[in-house]
Design a protein around this ligand. Structure first.
Ligand SMILES: C[S@@+](CC[C@H](N)C(=O)[O-])C[C@H]1O[C@@H](n2cnc3c(N)ncnc32)[C@H](O)[C@@H]1O
Length: 309
C-alpha cells in the first residue's frame, strides 16, 4: 500500500474523524486504502464504504483492507454519486466522511496514465478510464479560446493564451499524441530548465487534469451532499492540494457554518438561519516539515475539518 500511495496527514485525519464503534464511515476517495486502513485499525468495529472512480485504485484498496473485508464495501463510482449510491443501499446517514482530493502517487507515477510531465506518455489523464474525454482530445479539438480559459482558470497560468496559441498552430501540422509533445510546446514558450518553466508545466498539466476529470464542477455539490448525509456530531474532513479546490471547500464549509436563510414563511418571520456545521479548523492545517521530507506529495496539502450540528 505504501508503494502505491502514502496517506497524507493520517493521524490528524483519524483524530478528526474520531471513528466510534458501530458507525458507518465513508472514504470518498479511497485510492490505495491507506486512510481507510488507519480508520479501521483505530476502531475495527466500524463499517467502511469506499468510493473511487479508478478501478485500479479499488483493486489496491481491496488488497490493503483485506483483513477487514467483512467491514468494508468498495464502490466504483464518482463521489458525486455518493448520495444516490448510499440511498440505493438504504443508508440515510453516516458518522463521518473523508475526502482526499486529486490523484494518488500511483496514478501520477504510472506512465500510461499521462498525469506527469516528467514521463513521456500518451495524453490520457482520466481518473476513470471508462470515461470518453482524454487530454489528447482536449488538446487536439478545443478552440484556442477554450484552451486559454482552461489554462487560466484551472492552472492560474499567466502564459495561458500564448501556450494555447502555439498548441493550435502546431496541431495544424501534427496532432498532439504524448505528454512530451505538450512539454515541448510549453518549453518553447517559457524556456527550459528554470524554476519558472517547471511551475508552468505543473500548472498546465494540473489545468488539463482538472478539466478532463471535471474536478471542480462536482466538488461543491458533493461537499453539500456529504454535509447533509452526516449525522449530528459526525465529522467531515477534506484534504485538498491546490488553491482552487481549497477555496471551494472553505466557502462550502463557511456557508454551512454560518447557516442559510430558511425559506419557509414561519422561519422568515423569525428570520432564523439554520447552521449545519461547526468548524473544527478556522484556518486549514498543513503537513509538518518531517512529513513533507518523508512524503513530498504532502507539501501542498490543506486540511479542513468540521462537525455536523
Ligand atoms: C489522493 S488519492 C487518495 C489516496 C488515499 N487517501 C490513500 O490513502 O491511499 C485520490 C483518489 O481519489 C480518486 N478520486 C479523485 N476524484 C474522485 C471523484 N470525483 N470520485 C471518485 N474518486 C475520485 C482518485 O482516483 C484517487 O484514487
Amino acid at each position: 500500500m505504501r508503494d502505491y500511495h502514502i496517506p497524507v496527514m493520517l493521524k490528524q485525519c483519524i483524530d478528526f474523524i474520531a471513528p466510534k464503534p458501530g458507525g458507518i464511515y465513508v472514504d470518498a476517495t479511497i485510492g490505495g486504502g491507506g486512510h481507510s486502513l488507519g480508520l479501521l485499525e483505530s476502531c475495527p468495529d466500524i463499517h467502511l464504504i469506499g468510493f473511487d472512480q479508478d478501478s485500479e485504485a479499488l483493486l489496491e484498496a481491496h488488497k490493503t483492507l483485506f483483513p477487514y473485508q467483512d467491514r468494508v464495501e468498495l464502490i466504483q463510482a464518482n463521489f458525486s454519486r455518493m448520495r444516490t449510491e448510499l440511498a440505493f443501499r438504504q443508508i440515510k446517514t453516516v458518522s463521518g466522511i473523508l475526502f482526499d482530493l486529486g490523484v494518488s502517487s500511483h496514478q501520477l507515477e504510472t506512465p500510461e496514465r499521462g498525469f506527469s510531465f516528467d514521463l513521456d506518455s500518451p495524453l490520457d489523464m482520466r481518473m476513470d478510464q471508462s470515461s470518453d474525454l482524454t487530454a489528447e482530445i482536449v488538446l487536439n479539438e478545443l478552440s484556442q479560446k477554450a484552451l486559454t480559459r482552461i489554462f487560466y482558470d484551472y492552472g492560474e497560468e499567466l502564459n495561458a493564451s500564448r501556450i494555447a496559441g502555439k498548441i493550435v498552430k502546431i496541431r495544424e501540422e501534427q496532432p498532439f499524441k504524448t505528454t512530451g509533445d505538450l512539454v515541448k510546446v510549453i518549453e518553447s514558450v517559457v524556456g527550459k530548465g528554470t524554476k519558472a518553466s517547471l511551475k508552468t508545466k505543473a500548472r498546465i498539466f494540473q489545468a488539463l487534469r482538472i478539466y478532463v476529470n471535471q474536478e471542480l464542477e462536482i466538488l461543491e455539490q458533493a461537499l453539500k451532499d456529504a454535509i447533509n448525509i452526516i449525522e449530528p456530531g459526525g465529522r467531515i474532513v477534506v484534504l485538498s492540494y491546490h488553491s482552487l479546490e481549497d477555496r471551494i471547500v472553505k466557502n462550502v464549509f463557511r456557508s454551512a457554518a454560518e447557516g442559510e436563510e430558511q425559506t419557509s414563511e414561519a422561519s422568515f418571520l423569525n428570520s432564523t438561519k439554520k447552521r449545519k456545521l461547526q468548524l473544527l479548523t478556522r484556518k486549514p492545517l498543513q503537513a509538518d516539515d518531517e512529513e513533507i521530507n518523508n512524503n513530498p506529495h504532502s507539501r501542498s496539502v490543506k486540511l479542513r475539518a468540521a462537525e455536523k450540528i
